[in-house]
Design a protein around this ligand. Sequence first.
Ligand code: ADP
Length: 179
Amino acid sequence: MSAKYKIENSILELFNGDITVQDTEAIVNAANKQLSPGGGVSGAIHRAAGSQLWEECKKLGGCNTGKAKLTSGYNLGAKYVLHTVGPVYSGSISDSEYLKDCYKNCLLLASQNKIKSISFPSISTGVFGYPIKEASIVALKTIINFLKEHQEIELVQMVLFTEDTYNTYKSSLEKILKD
Ligand code: ADP
C-alpha cells in the first residue's frame, strides 16, 4: 500500500512496509542515545547494514534527543543513514517539540549533504510509547512545512511498518491537507 501527495515541487509518500529495503538515498533510524543497535527499527537497520554501521556509530559519541547524525549505509540500498533520537513519551508539551526537532534536523542534515530522497520510520511510536495519531500529526506537519521552504528535497517517504500505522498516517495527512 502506498499513496503519493504533491507538496510544492516535492513528493510526500506514505508507504506500508519495511524501511530497511527502501532505496531512497537516505533512511532514518529511530535510534537510542548511544546509537547502539538495540531492537525495533534500529535493530533491523543495523542487521541489514552490517556490523560496520555499529563500528561507525561508536565513534560518534552518542546523540541527544531531537538531534541527528549521519553515517554511511553500508550493505543497505540507501547510501546514508540519518540517526535521530526521538523523545520517550511523557505526556508533557516538550514531547512534540523534541519530535518535531527529529524530523527537522534530519531534513536539514539531508539538505546540507545534497540528499534528495529520504525515508522516515514513525519515530518514537514503538518502545518510546508516543501515541501514533499525535505523532503522525507532528511528523507530517513538520515534513510539509520543511518541503514548502526547501524544494531541493524531491521525495520524503514515511515508511509505516503496520497497516494500522499506515492508515492512521493517511487519515492525518488527508485532514492536514484539507484544513
Ligand atoms: P522508538 O524507540 O523511537 O519508539 P521503535 O523502533 O521501537 O522506535 O519503533 C518505531 C516505529 O518503527 C514503530 O512504529 C515500529 O512499528 C516501526 N518499525 C519497526 N521495525 C520497522 C521496520 N523494519 N521498518 C519500518 N518501521 C519499523
